[in-house]
Design a protein around this ligand. Structure first.
Ligand SMILES: NC(=O)c1ccc[n+]([C@@H]2O[C@H](COP(=O)([O-])OP(=O)(O)OC[C@H]3O[C@@H](n4cnc5c(N)ncnc54)[C@H](O)[C@@H]3O)[C@@H](O)[C@H]2O)c1
Length: 269
């Protein structure tokens, strides 16, 4: 993974990345590791995460942590945050990438699918946000036995919205509901966490070349590309590099509560 920031930009830091098994989350984990971070890899399948760990070991200064979890499971998420704190003593960043789709028009949408999609995106984002604060960032964390972070230490969250939060998308009433809510959650979290020095932002990508998007096929992808001003689908590395910039307090230290519209000009913010 090519480095786009200064060498060692995140050296000595620990960053949790959900959905690290494939797609954008995988590239985000690689990009953060390439800049010196210890990355905690979260996804459903431990075997896949072990493969990612070996792939990243080739260039990561610190061996990535493998912490398999279902982001919708409260006990799993509590366990991830506790395990990462046990291993490194500090959490500097959380990137909530994990996601699923279960596309069907509203009349045909099962309630179970609706709940499953909202759970992964919205509930997963909430659970990681709460646990990072409850176990570590909140001023009362000393009651939990953790040491306070020094002033000036990097602390951030990046959540994942989508261009479809604003535009809507046929077949994705659940997905767009969750993404719109994630933008609102991002603004509320930014307000609450500002007092603990945590910057909270979201990225709202347009179409990105990943297994999730592959479901719409080549023709669908070509049609999506035509709706952008740049005339192409984004590569996951481009989203990962944007996340690295947002995660870097030297670049975006004065930015919180914002939605980054990385959509190739599909709409103007
Ligand atoms: N690809 C796009 O065009 C696009 C556009 C806008 C937004 N997004 C958003 O970007 C994020 C990543 O999307 P992607 O395209 O890389 O998807 P992807 O399907 O390629 O990868 C998603 C990852 O999340 C993991 N995951 C799913 N459910 C989980 C759960 N319950 N617990 C833990 N991990 C779980 C999957 O195993 C997978 O590794 C998602 O939030 C998605 O909504 C993607």
């Amino acid at each position: 993974m090519e480095r786009v920031l200064r060498e060692g930009a995140f050296t000595g830091e620990t960053h949790i990345v959900t959905g690290a098994g494939q797609g954008i989350g995988n590239r985000v984990a690689a990009a953060l590791a390439a800049h010196g971070a210890c990355v905690a890899l979260v996804d459903l399948d431990e075997g896949r995460l072990r493969e990612v760990q070996s792939e990243l070991a080739g260039f990561a200064a610190t061996e990535p942590l493998v912490v398999p979890a279902n982001v919708t499971d409260e006990e799993d998420v509590k366990g991830v945050v506790a395990a990462v704190l046990e291993a490194t003593g500090c959490i500097n960043g959380v990137v909530n990438v994990a996601g699923i789709t279960r596309d069907a028009r509203i009349a045909k949408k099962s309630y179970d699918d609706f709940k499953a999609v909202v759970a992964v995106h919205l509930h997963g984002t909430f659970l990681f946000t709460r646990e990072a604060a409850a176990q570590h960032w909140h001023p009362l964390f000393k009651a939990n036995g953790n040491q306070p972070l020094d002033d000036g230490v990097n602390r951030y969250i990046v959540n994942f919205s989508s261009v479809s939060a604003r535009d809507g998308n046929i077949g994705q009433v659940d997905y767009t509901a969750a993404k719109g809510a994630i933008e609102a959650v991002t603004r509320t979290t930014a307000r609450e966490f500002a007092g603990y020095g945590v910057r909270v932002n979201a990225i709202a990508p347009g179409p990105v070349r990943t297994p999730m998007l592959a479901a719409i096929g080549d023709e669908g992808m070509a049609a999506m590309a035509r709706t952008t001003l740049v005339g192409r689908i984004a590569e996951p590395e481009e989203m990962a590099n944007t996340i690295c910039a947002i995660a870097d307090p030297k670049l975006f230290g004065y930015t919180t509560g914002q939605i980054f519209h990385a959509n190739g000009g599909m709409y103007r913010a």
